[in-house]
Design a protein around this ligand. Structure first.
Ligand code: NAG
Ligand code: MG
Length: 280
């Protein structure tokens, strides 16, 4: 039975955090070639996605009345589920496994591969006016160390503790995005950071970006302190200003739909995965 075969592949999720927290439980037995081939592909990515094979339909509690976490995540990524405040409590384990188990990294890699293929195919004008807009949080830098300690999005947003984390300037790089960033510079397309972080966080944000290996951006646009505007309104307004200044926004990448909605969006937009929180 398919379920039995999948069980052979299942990884044991241990109690806490970190990329190495999931280890193979026992060895893989002799399996039919198709299953063996699937297992081989999964091993490449520390086999994290198979965690979900064990519980594809319900939250980590295993409660049959629970939220179907994989359907929930798909609805979130497709922007069918909007304006949500927290990850369903029963999906904390699912989201944790997704983020740390290799699946998140693999999904991000796929997005960036598409973005790079698109960028490499662009015919540039030769006037240095092409720019690419990058969001920062969960796009260029990761706040996963914070969210791992705060229930993987299952707890209501706490501005006090989150801002304290931001001010540490310790957010790690998202390596796939950085690969795109560097590729664009080598192609002659100028990166512009456009973030919902506020102007008073400029110094720590610059320090954090530099520590994590970013350099050579054209602009870093932060939200004025006290500006009352939705993310869509603020970000599209800033993109409009870039366009009015003569720049051509050839690409735009973010983890929120509010990064990529609202004219001018950019000639092409790329949505990175983010099951942790929603910004409207
Ligand atoms: C938010 O975080 C701060 C700082 O850690 C803490 O003192 C406060 O109790 C938290 N608020 C809530 C509602 O959990
Ligand atoms: Mg973001």
């Amino acid at each position: 039975m398919a379920t039995a075969k999948l069980l052979l592949l299942v990884l044991a999720a241990t109690s806490c955090c970190g990329a190495g927290a999931w280890e193979l439980r026992g060895g893989l037995r002799k399996m039919p070639p198709a299953v063996e081939a699937a297992a081989e592909r999964l091993r490449e990515d520390v086999a994290a996605p198979v965690i979900h094979a064990l519980r594809p339909l319900v939250g980590s509690a295993g409660d049959l009345a629970g939220v179907p976490c994989d359907s929930w995540r798909l609805a979130v990524e497709a922007h069918n589920k909007i304006d949500w405040a927290t990850v369903p409590a029963s999906c904390e384990g699912y989201v944790g496994n997704y983020m740390f188990g290799g699946h998140y990294r693999r999904d991000s890699r796929f997005v960036v591969d598409e973005a790079i293929a698109y960028a490499e195919g662009l015919k540039l004008g030769g006037n240095g006016k092409e720019v690419w807009v990058f969001d920062i949080d969960e796009t260029s830098l990761s706040n996963l160390p914070y969210y791992a300690k705060h229930g993987f999005g299952t707890k209501p947003y706490n501005a006090t503790s989150f801002n304290a984390y931001v001010l540490e300037g310790s957010a790690p790089v998202l390596p796939e995005t950085q690969r795109l960033f560097k590729k664009l510079i080598s192609l002659g397309i100028k990166p512009v950071f456009l973030t919902g972080r506020t102007e008073d966080q400029r110094a720590i944000t610059v320090a954090n970006l530099r520590r994590q290996g970013y350099s050579g951006w054209m602009k870093l646009l932060l939200k004025p302190v006290g500006l009352k505007a939705s993310a869509v309104a603020y970000k599209s307004d800033e993109r409009r200003k870039l366009q009015d200044a003569g720049y051509l926004i050839v690409g735009n990448i973010g983890d929120q739909w509010s990064d990529i909605l609202g004219a001018p969006e950019g000639a092409r937009t790329f949505k990175l995965p983010d099951p942790l929180y929603y910004i409207g």
